[in-house]
Design a protein around this ligand. Structure first.
Ligand code: SF4
Length: 384
């Protein structure tokens, strides 16, 4: 691992962490110095930066739906949807618009403020794009923020998506430029950056992050974050994924990443991109509650909520509600759309009421247990 004394002292790293202002010129050695801070120092600074820009107990909640699954021509080594690997995943055509709207309504009822739709394509074909644009319009009309991930898009496609009302476009950088060739060979890093450029030019918000635990070196994690901070402005949403090892993919047997290293990456992302939502994304199913709690402490403030994350499992909504209650977290309120404030407030109120009810049940169980302990102590004393 990088030794902070090599290039930048720990004191320097602490000063850097304390600046808390968005910068695009972070050097690799500065980022590595943040990674090399003591865990407690790193989390303290990440939390401080987080509190300067966000409600520390609010977590943005999104739901993700796969609108076209499997048979993707790309060869991303982590992905069960790639047509290059035999993962037993069925191939599905583009979902019907009505089904997508139904799912979006259910997501909204469950408390999601953003609905993300993903299609396993190299890039959208013209005949599919029309249907996709209609999905955006219909989901947007429900009062949800919309996000799509459809592979590479050119200028014209990005413009049409923006016109239809798409708020966010997701396109991950995945890993460092140096390690990228080990993971994907069918599209280049430059292709990815180009798509992100088109998304920005069209006026949409950018959702872009990466996947950790793919066998990359610590330096690759720092270099991935460096690429993200070079984007001007920073991506509004930065998903940090932990690899989900799917049987049949080339990364099925890759060595596990230490969860502490994963938390470090979240904390460094928070410091580097102080105003972005950092999303604790794929891989949450494999994380225990303590790891997730540390991720929130490190500055993660967005999650996917629901049963499935494209094609891999995601903790059930009920477990998420219980975790929110335990940690005193609440879903972030949407403030980007004034038209549906009342509807959103009703959903918000219902989710908060469920969390409060969970808390009340927990408190009442504790009170009952305490009362029975006291009764037992009193009866023992009278026997004595
Ligand atoms: S990650 Fe996306 S582009 Fe890569 S194989 Fe999977 S669906 Fe295709």
């Amino acid at each position: 691992m990088f030794d902070a004394s090599d290039a930048t002292s720990t004191a320097d790293a602490l000063t850097l962490a304390a600046t808390a202002q968005p910068r695009h010129d972070w050097r690799l050695d500065e980022i590595e110095a943040l990674f090399a801070l003591s865990f407690n120092d790193l989390l303290f600074h990440a939390q401080r930066v987080h509190r300067a820009h966000f409600d520390p107990n609010a977590v943005q909640v999104s739901t993700l739906l796969s609108i076209k699954t499997g048979a993707c021509p790309e060869d991303c080594k982590y992905c069960p949807q790639s047509g290059h690997y035999s993962t037993g995943l069925g191939k599905e055509k583009l979902l019907e618009i009505e089904k997508v709207v139904e799912q979006a309504e259910a997501a909204k009822a469950a408390g999601a403020s953003r609905f993300c739709m993903g299609a396993a394509w190299k890039s959208p074909r013209e005949k599919d794009l029309e249907a996709v644009l209609e999905m955006v319009r219909r989901v947007k009309a429900l009062g949800l923020e919309t996000c799509m991930t459809l592979g590479m898009v050119d200028n014209g496609q990005a413009g049409r998506l923006a016109e239809a009302g798409l708020d966010y476009y997701n396109h991950n950088l995945d890993t460092s430029p140096e390690y990228y060739g080990e993971i994907i060979t069918t599209r280049t890093y430059a292709d990815r950056l180009e798509t992100l450029g088109h998304v920005r030019e069209a006026g949409m918000k950018v959702c872009s992050g990466g996947i950790l635990g793919m066998g990359e070196a610590p330096r690759d994690r720092a270099a991935l974050l460096q690429q993200l901070v070079r984007l001007e402005p920073h991506p509004e949403s930065v998903p940090i994924n932990m690899l989900v090892k799917v049987p049949g993919t080339p990364l099925e047997h890759v060595e596990d990443l230490d969860p502490i290293e994963f938390i470090r990456a979240i904390a460094v992302a928070r410091i580097l991109m102080p105003k972005s939502h950092v999303r604790l994304s794929a891989g949450r199913e494999q994380m225990n509650e303590s790891t997730q709690a540390l991720a929130f402490l490190a500055g993660a403030n967005s999650i996917f909520y629901g049963e499935r994350l494209l094609t891999t499992a995601n903790p059930q909504a009920q477990l998420d509600r219980a975790l929110f209650a335990k940690l005193g977290l609440h879903p972030e309120r949407r403030d980007t759309c004034v038209d549906d404030t009342q509807v959103q407030a009703r959903v918000q109120t219902r989710v908060e009421a469920e969390i409060e009810a969970d808390l009340a049940r927990r408190a009442s169980r504790q009170a009952a247990a305490r009362a029975s302990e006291l009764a037992y102590d009193a009866s023992s004393a009278s026997v004595d």
